[in-house]
Design a protein around this ligand. Structure first.
Ligand code: ZN
Length: 167
Protein backbone atom coordinates (compact mmCIF):
# COMPACT_ATOMS: atom_id res chain seq x y z
CA UNK A 1 0.00 0.00 0.00
CA UNK A 2 2.81 2.36 0.91
CA UNK A 3 4.39 1.87 -2.51
CA UNK A 4 1.08 2.27 -4.28
CA UNK A 5 0.53 5.68 -2.72
CA UNK A 6 4.12 6.61 -3.41
CA UNK A 7 3.73 5.67 -7.09
CA UNK A 8 0.64 7.81 -7.44
CA UNK A 9 2.45 10.69 -5.80
CA UNK A 10 5.40 10.23 -8.09
CA UNK A 11 3.47 10.27 -11.35
CA UNK A 12 6.43 11.19 -13.55
CA UNK A 13 8.98 8.86 -12.03
CA UNK A 14 6.73 5.85 -11.64
CA UNK A 15 7.90 4.56 -15.03
CA UNK A 16 11.51 4.70 -13.84
CA UNK A 17 10.60 3.02 -10.56
CA UNK A 18 8.86 0.18 -12.33
CA UNK A 19 11.69 -0.25 -14.80
CA UNK A 20 14.14 -0.83 -11.93
CA UNK A 21 13.85 -4.37 -10.60
CA UNK A 22 12.77 -4.29 -6.96
CA UNK A 23 15.13 -6.99 -5.72
CA UNK A 24 18.65 -7.00 -7.16
CA UNK A 25 21.52 -8.26 -5.03
CA UNK A 26 24.08 -5.51 -4.50
CA UNK A 27 21.48 -2.79 -4.99
CA UNK A 28 18.97 -0.92 -2.85
CA UNK A 29 16.41 1.85 -3.19
CA UNK A 30 15.88 5.08 -1.30
CA UNK A 31 12.73 7.15 -1.47
CA UNK A 32 13.19 10.68 -0.14
CA UNK A 33 10.23 12.93 0.50
CA UNK A 34 10.19 16.41 1.96
CA UNK A 35 6.96 17.97 3.15
CA UNK A 36 7.58 21.34 4.81
CA UNK A 37 9.71 20.59 7.88
CA UNK A 38 9.30 16.85 7.66
CA UNK A 39 11.85 14.65 5.90
CA UNK A 40 11.02 10.99 5.32
CA UNK A 41 13.41 8.49 3.78
CA UNK A 42 12.60 4.86 3.15
CA UNK A 43 15.23 2.26 2.34
CA UNK A 44 14.38 -0.99 0.60
CA UNK A 45 17.23 -3.45 0.23
CA UNK A 46 17.63 -7.14 -0.49
CA UNK A 47 19.05 -8.71 2.66
CA UNK A 48 21.86 -10.07 0.50
CA UNK A 49 23.13 -6.52 -0.13
CA UNK A 50 23.44 -5.97 3.63
CA UNK A 51 24.08 -9.40 5.13
CA UNK A 52 25.34 -11.71 2.40
CA UNK A 53 22.47 -14.14 3.04
CA UNK A 54 18.71 -13.90 2.88
CA UNK A 55 17.40 -16.91 4.80
CA UNK A 56 16.15 -16.47 8.35
CA UNK A 57 19.08 -16.69 10.79
CA UNK A 58 19.83 -20.34 11.60
CA UNK A 59 22.49 -20.13 14.28
CA UNK A 60 24.08 -17.79 16.79
CA UNK A 61 26.53 -16.40 14.23
CA UNK A 62 23.79 -15.49 11.77
CA UNK A 63 21.62 -14.02 14.52
CA UNK A 64 24.59 -11.88 15.52
CA UNK A 65 25.06 -10.76 11.90
CA UNK A 66 21.40 -9.70 11.75
CA UNK A 67 21.70 -7.81 15.02
CA UNK A 68 24.86 -6.11 13.74
CA UNK A 69 23.03 -5.04 10.57
CA UNK A 70 20.13 -3.63 12.58
CA UNK A 71 22.49 -1.78 14.93
CA UNK A 72 24.29 -0.16 11.97
CA UNK A 73 21.00 0.84 10.35
CA UNK A 74 19.88 2.48 13.58
CA UNK A 75 22.95 4.74 13.67
CA UNK A 76 21.04 7.29 11.68
CA UNK A 77 23.79 9.92 11.90
CA UNK A 78 26.04 7.63 9.85
CA UNK A 79 23.45 6.01 7.60
CA UNK A 80 21.75 9.15 6.27
CA UNK A 81 23.03 12.69 6.69
CA UNK A 82 20.74 15.57 5.60
CA UNK A 83 22.26 19.01 4.85
CA UNK A 84 23.68 20.26 8.16
CA UNK A 85 22.30 23.78 7.61
CA UNK A 86 18.74 22.41 7.64
CA UNK A 87 19.15 21.44 11.31
CA UNK A 88 17.22 18.19 11.03
CA UNK A 89 16.55 16.10 14.13
CA UNK A 90 15.79 12.40 13.84
CA UNK A 91 12.23 11.65 14.99
CA UNK A 92 11.95 7.95 14.22
CA UNK A 93 13.53 4.81 12.79
CA UNK A 94 11.57 1.67 11.91
CA UNK A 95 13.16 -1.51 10.60
CA UNK A 96 11.20 -4.36 9.12
CA UNK A 97 12.48 -7.66 7.75
CA UNK A 98 11.69 -11.37 7.95
CA UNK A 99 15.22 -11.74 9.39
CA UNK A 100 14.17 -9.58 12.34
CA UNK A 101 11.20 -11.83 13.07
CA UNK A 102 8.58 -13.07 10.69
CA UNK A 103 8.08 -15.38 7.76
CA UNK A 104 10.43 -15.80 4.86
CA UNK A 105 9.18 -14.87 1.39
CA UNK A 106 8.42 -17.85 -0.87
CA UNK A 107 11.61 -18.48 -2.84
CA UNK A 108 13.74 -17.14 -0.02
CA UNK A 109 14.48 -13.65 -1.43
CA UNK A 110 13.99 -11.43 1.58
CA UNK A 111 14.30 -7.66 1.98
CA UNK A 112 15.02 -5.16 4.68
CA UNK A 113 12.74 -2.13 4.81
CA UNK A 114 13.64 0.89 6.89
CA UNK A 115 11.82 4.15 7.43
CA UNK A 116 13.60 7.21 8.82
CA UNK A 117 11.95 10.50 9.74
CA UNK A 118 13.32 13.88 10.72
CA UNK A 119 11.99 17.29 11.63
CA UNK A 120 14.07 20.10 10.13
CA UNK A 121 14.23 23.55 11.76
CA UNK A 122 15.36 25.17 8.47
CA UNK A 123 13.79 23.09 5.71
CA UNK A 124 14.64 25.76 3.08
CA UNK A 125 18.31 24.79 3.63
CA UNK A 126 17.61 21.11 2.99
CA UNK A 127 19.27 20.47 -0.36
CA UNK A 128 20.89 17.05 -0.14
CA UNK A 129 21.33 13.82 1.77
CA UNK A 130 24.56 11.85 2.02
CA UNK A 131 24.64 8.16 2.86
CA UNK A 132 27.18 6.06 4.73
CA UNK A 133 25.53 2.83 3.63
CA UNK A 134 28.33 2.00 1.18
CA UNK A 135 30.89 2.19 3.98
CA UNK A 136 28.81 0.15 6.41
CA UNK A 137 27.75 -2.46 3.86
CA UNK A 138 30.49 -3.17 1.28
CA UNK A 139 28.28 -5.65 -0.59
CA UNK A 140 26.04 -2.73 -1.52
CA UNK A 141 27.16 -1.38 -4.92
CA UNK A 142 24.40 0.93 -6.05
CA UNK A 143 21.35 2.76 -4.70
CA UNK A 144 18.50 4.01 -6.85
CA UNK A 145 17.03 7.23 -5.42
CA UNK A 146 13.67 8.86 -5.94
CA UNK A 147 12.95 12.28 -4.51
CA UNK A 148 9.75 14.27 -4.09
CA UNK A 149 9.45 17.70 -2.54
CA UNK A 150 8.78 21.35 -3.21
CA UNK A 151 11.46 21.28 -5.93
CA UNK A 152 9.54 18.60 -7.81
CA UNK A 153 10.47 15.03 -8.49
CA UNK A 154 13.94 13.73 -9.19
CA UNK A 155 15.57 10.38 -9.62
CA UNK A 156 19.19 9.39 -9.44
CA UNK A 157 21.74 6.75 -8.60
CA UNK A 158 24.35 6.63 -5.89
CA UNK A 159 27.47 4.53 -5.45
CA UNK A 160 30.51 4.53 -3.18
CA UNK A 161 32.17 7.32 -5.19
CA UNK A 162 29.04 9.40 -5.30
CA UNK A 163 27.20 8.86 -2.01
CA UNK A 164 25.33 12.18 -1.95
CA UNK A 165 21.99 12.95 -3.58
CA UNK A 166 21.20 16.64 -4.21
CA UNK A 167 18.07 18.40 -5.40
ZN1 ZN B 1 17.54 -12.15 -3.08
Amino acid sequence: MKHFIFSLFFGLTVAIAQAAPAHVHGEARLEISVDREQLVITLESPLDSLLGFEHLPRDAGERQAVEGMAAKLKEVGKVLVPSAAAQCTSTGIELESPALGGKSEPGGHNDLDARYTWRCAKPEALRDVATGLFTDFPRLRRITVEFAGQQGQRAGRLDARNPRFSW
